[in-house]
Each structure stands twice: as C-alpha cells, then as structure tokens.
Design a protein around this ligand. Structure first.
Ligand code: SF4
Ligand code: FES
Length: 250
C-alpha cells in the first residue's frame, strides 16, 4: 500500500535555481592603482558553472567586467582564476559545489601582473614555456615514421595532457616570490619531450632546467598538483626531471 508523503512534488525537467553572491576583485588601471571587491547578486541554476555567473554579470549587470575564456569546456586553458582562494578553471567549477550561502570570491591568478579585473599578463608564463623548447628535436631525417612502443609512449603520457592554463605555476609560492622561476608548467612541458624516446633534445632541456631558476627552486609543496584541472601529477614530473638531471634520462 502506498504511504502519504509531505515532500513537495518535483517538477520533471525543472532545474532548481538559487541566489548567490559573486564577489569579484575588480581592477582598472585607468581608474585606480588599487583593486577593490565588488559584489554581484545573481540567480543561478544547479547546472551553472562559475563561468556562467561571470557571463551573467557581464551581460546583465556590468559589461566592463573583464575576463578570458574561449572553449567553456576545460580544453583551451584560458579561464584559470582563483575561486574561493583556490586556482581553478571557471568553466569546470559548478557553483552548486561551492558554499552558496557565503559570497563566492573570484580573483585573478597570482604572481602575474594584473591588466584588468581577472585578466593577467601571461607573457612571462609563455616565455618560460618557449624557453624549454616545447617541440620535437631530432637531427636525423628518417624515410619513414619514427616508431615508438606503447611503453615508450606511456612514459610521458601524463604530461601530454597540459592545456597551459597556468593554474599550477600561479599556485606556486616560489613563483609568487620569484617571477624568474621557470615554474611547474614549463617543467611539465619539458618533461613531455625529455622522456619522449623520439626526441634528441633532452640534454639541452635538462641543462636549461639545471639553472638557478630551474627545477631546484621547487620546494615540493604539491600546490601545483592540487591546482591542475587535468589531474597531471605535476610534482612527480618535476621530481622526474630532477632525477634526469642527476642520473640521466631513464
Ligand atoms: S600542468 Fe595542469 S595546471 Fe599546469 S598549466 Fe598544465 S594543465 Fe594547467
Ligand atoms: S574556457 Fe577553455 S578551459 Fe575554460
């Protein structure tokens, strides 16, 4: 026999909404040298990500809000920001998974100069990436493709997943205090080629990262691994590059 229930009926196909405060760190160098917090009260849905809230604010509240995004699906790496004090991709962070009873803070990633609101100057980050020579170096000219076993491919599989979002490098306390440090993202991308059996540039890259601003600056705080939206074992990759400098590529 069916029992009576006092719960409100769930309307099929209706996604529940909720009100939330998004607290954004605003900065406009044409107005002030200081950044300020600004609250926006928005109604969002259970399926919305922080990026949806930023869009809503920009499109309905304040068109001057400035941030980067492109794919909106965790692929391009352009919308890394500090959300509730932690580096994340805005497009991969569901609002309902945060504490919606408190304001959700959104700030630019740390350690890079802020240009406006959530947009930082990524040039130092990309320069470190360019410096480690992120391309295959091979001196021979084979007449057919370079073969690689599944095991050889697996050796560097993890570090192929990087989307250059900078969440790791800008969560690193060493990078915050020394912007010259190559940073974990550059090391991850060096790892991707150092351990590629087809590549012949390992010695060059290891020499570059044996610099005083190279891998030895890493203090193994694991912030980078925790921040990576691709689940890359960043700290392990840094440790493997250190080992390769000391003992050669295994
Ligand atoms: S290693 Fe992860 S956190 Fe770092 S840049 Fe690549 S994808 Fe982003
Ligand atoms: S917008 Fe492309 S990763 Fe978030």
């Amino acid at each position: 026999m069916a029992t009576a229930t006092t719960e409100a009926p769930v309307e099929i196909g209706v996604i529940p909404s909720f009100d939330v405060t998004i607290r954004v760190r605003r900065f406009n160098p044409e107005v002030s040298e200081e950044s300020t917090w600004q609250d926006f009260h928005v109604t969002m849905f259970g399926t919305d990500r922080v990026l949806d809230a930023l869009h809503k604010i920009k499109w309905e509240h304040d068109g001057s809000l400035t941030f980067r995004r492109s794919c909106a699906h965790g692929v391009c790496g352009s919308d890394a920001m500090r959300i509730n004090g932690r580096n994340r991709l805005a497009c991969k962070t569901l609002i309902k998974d945060l504490n919606i009873n408190e304001p959700i803070t959104v700030e630019p990633i740390k350690g890079l100069e802020v240009e406006k609101d959530l947009v930082v100057d990524m040039n130092p980050f990309y320069q470190a990436y360019r410096d480690i020579k992120p391309f295959l170096i091979a001196n021979d000219k084979p007449e057919k493709e370079r073969l690689q076993s599944a095991e050889q491919r697996a050796r560097f599989d993890d570090t192929t997943k990087c989307i250059l979002c900078a969440a790791c490098t800008t969560s690193c306390p060493v990078f915050w205090t020394d912007g010259q440090y190559f940073g974990p993202a550059a090391i991850v991308n060096a790892h991707r080629f150092i351990f590629d059996s087809r590549d012949e540039g390992a010695e060059v890259r290891l020499d570059i990262l044996n610099d005083k601003e190279g891998v030895w600056r890493c203090r193994t705080t694991f912030n980078c691994t925790e921040a990576c939206p691709r689940g890359i074992q960043v700290t392990r990759a840094v440790a493997e590059v250190k080992q390769a400098i000391l003992r050669g590529r295994a």
